[in-house]
Write a protein that binds this ligand. Sequence first.
Ligand SMILES: N[C@@H](CCC(=O)N[C@@H](CS)C(=O)NCC(=O)O)C(=O)O
Length: 230
Amino acid sequence: MSLVLYTLCGTDPMRHFSPHVWKAVMALKHKGLDFEERPTRFTEIPGIEGGITKTVPVLRHDDAVVVDSFAIAEYLERTWPDRPSLFGGEGGHASARLIEAWSFLELHPLIRNIAVRDIWTMLDDKDQAYFRPNREERFGATLEALHEGRDAMVPLLLARLEPLRMVLARQAFIGGEGPLFVDYIVFGALQWLRVTGTLWPLKSDDIVTGWFERCLDLHGGAGRAVPARL
Ligand SMILES: N[C@@H](CCC(=O)N[C@@H](CS)C(=O)NCC(=O)O)C(=O)O
């Protein structure tokens, strides 16, 4: 059996940083599966598997190719149902979409604004030439303007984590006593910032920090395999 995960990197192939890729990495580890990581630069993504996608992660399992982090988690759950569950049943599967939407709509825009210029500094010349105009047009501001405004994003981000604090006051993981894919969704967002950012907003006594450290420890410290940027 062969499992290959296309990841996203800058000049350092080992420092993969996409939040969505991190979800897939943690999902594969959760299932106890060995896989080959194939580090991919932004401008290489359109060439993956004959041009199947504009985004990573992409998973190849023998003859099957799966695009999109949530679809990868669903594929793993379907294909290896006897291994530890990623969703904890149908209700968990359905409601994981809410966590995905919350993380994407509430956390990602702030983290992106905090880290986008830091990400640009991690890219080679070719990727930098693609990334700057693409992101400046998408976000309607220069990377430098976003960088200058990043301090103002920190209190917003800390406030938006309040629902997570309420949950973590009751249980160790979003999934309950142990982690589920919902943990990896939110972990992926913060890991994106940890791996790329030159600013880290969480204080050590924040209950979210305790949970994030627990996530970093999971699966033999898979999350720590890529060191923090700071
Ligand atoms: N919904 C997709 C989103 C994937 C995504 O947006 N990936 C980004 C990296 S974080 C990407 O590949 N971007 C390519 C580009 O901007 O050119 C998923 O969950 O996998």
